[in-house]
Ligand binder design. Structure first.
Ligand SMILES: C[S@@+](CC[C@H](N)C(=O)[O-])C[C@H]1O[C@@H](n2cnc3c(N)ncnc32)[C@H](O)[C@@H]1O
Length: 284
């Protein structure tokens, strides 16, 4: 397909930011351009300026466009080893807290929320936990709230649940009806759903664990740094952070503040202040 005009691209991104505060200016270019081209095709428009003009005059058109600007691919217990590592290395520490706040940033349509809720239940932690599930896209949040999925997702759910160290019969968690599966509503009882934009919004909740997987991969290095410093501010003393296997904290300015709890699964824990090196290499 034709290349996008860089001036139009720039004006489009600035215009959307000025009008709606949605800041896609630092999303990494290659994959975002594919999404912009999809928008031109879907709405049968020839230029981003035409799309921008319509988006500015019609908020409902803009809302229709947001799901096309974000990538929402997800699955139950995605990268099962990540969940196994949480169970083995993070939950034993969470057990020591009377209440537990978990922030799932970029939760998409809820498969990750259900996975975490199941894990918490099985470790007897769910009753004292609150899961803050946020995403920029209100449509996927609606699906997450409903907790209803295609029957075809179940096979993957079972496979990943077992690989993640699941100990029960997975069918305990859902009922099947008319080609769909409805997950046990209790898995959403302790979940607070909210729209939140990692690029423009501020600290969300005081969290013991933040999970933000396969979101930062679409952001520029600069934007990733902004998000990491947001997470730093949102974590309690010695809080945990889990990011995607293709994402890394290593090149960010926040890295010295964290220790790696599981190198392969990209799980980190905030260091205590005495472990953080000062500018001259001494520890404070
Ligand atoms: C590829 S999905 C990953 C979902 C899930 N975390 C997982 O790993 O399976 C990325 C999610 O990030 C959300 N997202 C993208 N930009 C965002 C932003 N600026 N603030 C919050 N969420 C964002 C998208 O709407 C999408 O639901």
């Amino acid at each position: 397909m034709f290349p996008l005009d860089p001036v139009e691209r720039h004006l489009f991104l600035e215009g959307i930011f000025l009008k709606y505060g949605y800041d896609f200016r630092q999303y990494s270019e290659a994959s975002f351009d594919r999404r912009l081209k999809n928008i031109l095709t879907k709405f049968e428009m020839n230029s981003l300026l035409e799309v921008l003009q319509k988006a500015i005059s019609s908020p409902s058109f803009f809302r229709e466009m947001i799901p096309l600007l974000t990538i929402n691919t997800t699955e139950f217990f995605r990268d099962p080893q990540f969940f196994k590592a949480l169970r083995e290395k993070v939950f034993p520490v969470l057990k020591t807290y009377p209440t537990i706040n978990i922030w799932l940033a970029g939760c998409s349509s809820g498969e990750e929320i259900i996975s975490i809720a199941i894990l918490l239940k099985e470790e007897n932690l769910y009753n004292r936990s609150t899961i803050y599930a946020t995403d920029i896209n209100s449509e996927v949040l609606k699906k997450a709230r409903d907790g209803i999925y295609e029957m075809s997702t179940v096979q993957n759910f079972i496979k990943n649940y077992v690989a993640a160290g699941g100990t029960k019969s997975s069918s305990e968690y859902y009922t099947a009806e008319y080609g769909l599966v409805r997950f046990d509503p209790s898995l959403r009882e302790n979940v607070v759903f909210s729209e939140h934009n990692l690029v423009t919004d501020s600290v969300f909740a005081e969290s013991h664990l933040i999970i933000c997987r396969n979101v930062l991969i679409y952001f520029s290095r600069e934007l990733q740094n902004r998000v990491f410093s947001l997470f730093e501010k949102s974590l309690v003393y010695r809080g945990f952070l889990g990011i995607g296997t293709k994402e890394s904290l290593r090149l960010s300015g926040s890295f010295p503040l964290f220790e790696e709890i599981d190198i392969n699964q990209h799980i980190y824990q905030m260091k205590s202040s005495t472990q953080v090196p000062s500018g001259d290499g001494r520890t404070l």
